[in-house]
Write a protein that binds this ligand. Structure first.
Ligand code: NDP
Ligand code: MG
Length: 381
């Protein structure tokens, strides 16, 4: 039996993680969880899974649930998030919050030697060097949940890491993959949220449309698999059937395939190194797809991809700026404060203004994150 702490239980990954836990009651137990403000889904999860500790980010939701469930312990805000992440009886932390708010709980959980199943890519982008060094120091496994990274992780099982030559990260292209750049000027939030292959949280769906999601994933892959950026390629593959590939130095390429369903990589991270059945997921029948398509990634069409490679290569605080600027700009777009293409413009401004600090510690990362957010906000508020 593995005991699980789940951060972001009310989100898209969080809800699918609960599905996986529910499907395997002899294998998994939820012992703590966190959520932001979604009282309905938060309450439902408490009733269904009886976690011992629940962290809530919204004060009203926190006080209300506290009086409703006297037998459950509640914690509040960012400190609550950490409390949920380090609960002594938990074995695994599933980090499925959105944004760099997931960094501190991840570091603290590593210090408590929890296995980390990481969906929260912003944490690895903003401070990948700290997270991976910490995991090494405390001898803790970082297990990918993101489908591309889970695919690569699966391709690497039983292989000598030294024979790994290249990673090929596939990309669906997002909601606007069939539109030209000049047709994106006046796209609406609703159009951007309409992803062709995956149903996900709002922020990552916008990130897919700008292709920043793939940029963040390249940085995530750099940290998880310890490869230089020159050896990480992005390949457009609109069917999202090949979830990514690993090339070895004998020129063998191994791919992981499946119908797009996030429960598969979530469950693999939880059951690793075993596999468990996934009865109600659609089998992959390639004849139904007929053809699979591949295209080279266009860095002029998708400028965020270029920003991400550049920031990753520069390193230091540059990826922190990339991530914070993106989080703020996407939030502003979702609130209708800026246009779609302004997301790229604001990120570019933040990056070009920043003087990079090499090998930043946690304090510097947090400062740069905050300053970048304020800088971006100054353009529209
Ligand atoms: P959602 O927006 O659906 O969910 C985010 C979760 O985090 C919710 O439970 C939300 O609570 C909570 N949350 C948000 N902000 C805070 C905060 N400041 N403090 C505490 N909790 C907070 O996101 P997704 O599930 O789509 O994505 C989560 C992470 O997983 C992201 O990093 C994303 O990039 C990554 N990911 C997602 C995939 C997907 O298919 N969705 C695929 C691969 C990676 P509430 O809603 O109650 O306010
Ligand atoms: Mg992904």
């Amino acid at each position: 039996m593995k005991r699980i702490s789940l951060l972001g239980a009310t989100g898209s990954i969080g809800q699918q993680t609960l599905d996986v836990i529910k499907a395997h009651p002899e294998q998994f137990q939820l012992v703590s969880m966190s959520f932001g403000s979604n009282l309905t889904l938060g309450r439902k999860a408490i009733i269904e899974f009886s976690p011992r500790l629940v962290a809530v980010n919204d004060f009203d939701a926190y006080t209300q649930l506290k009086s409703e469930f006297p037998d459950v312990s509640f914690a509040f805000g960012e400190e609550g998030l950490i409390e949920a992440a380090v609960l002594p009886e938990a074995d695994i932390l599933v980090n499925a919050v959105m944004g760099s708010v997931g960094l501190l709980p991840t570091l603290k959980a590593i210090e408590c030697q929890k296995t980390i199943a990481i969906a929260n890519k912003e944490t690895l982008v903003t401070a990948g060097h700290l997270v991976t060094a910490h995991a090494k120091t405390y001898n803790v496994e970082l297990l990918p949940v993101d489908s591309e990274h889970s695919a690569i992780f699966q391709c690497l099982q039983g292989e000598n890491p030294k024979s790994l030559e290249r990673l090929i990260v596939t990309a669906s292209g997002g909601s606007f993959r069939d539109r030209k750049r000049e047709d994106l000027e006046n796209v609406t939030v609703e159009e951007a949220l309409n992803h062709p292959n995956w149903s996900m949280g709002a922020k990552i769906t916008i990130d897919s449309a700008t292709m920043m999601n793939k940029g963040l994933e390249v940085i995530e892959a750099h940290w998880l698999f310890d490869l230089p950026y020159e050896k990480i390629d992005v390949l457009l593959h609109k069917e999202s059937i090949i979830h990514s590939m690993a090339e070895f130095h004998d020129r063998s390429v191994i791919a992981q395939l499946g119908t797009p369903d996030m429960r598969v990589p979530i469950q693999y991270a939880l059951s690793y190194p075993e596999r468990l059945p996934m009865p109600d997921t659609k089998q992959l029948n390639l004849w139904e797809a007929g053809k699979l398509h591949f295209e080279k990634a266009d860095f002029e069409r998708y400028r965020c991809l270029q920003f991400a490679y550049d920031s990753g290569k520069i390193g230091g605080t540059m990826p922190t700026v990339l991530n914070a600027a993106n989080e703020e700009a996407v939030a502003a777009f979702l609130k209708g404060k800026i246009k779609f293409l302004q997301i790229e413009d604001l990120i570019e401004r933040a990056l070009s203004k920043h003087c990079v600090i090499t090998d930043p510690n946690l304090h510097i990362i947090q400062e740069v994150d905050k300053e970048t957010r304020e800088f971006v906000q100054s353009f529209y508020s």
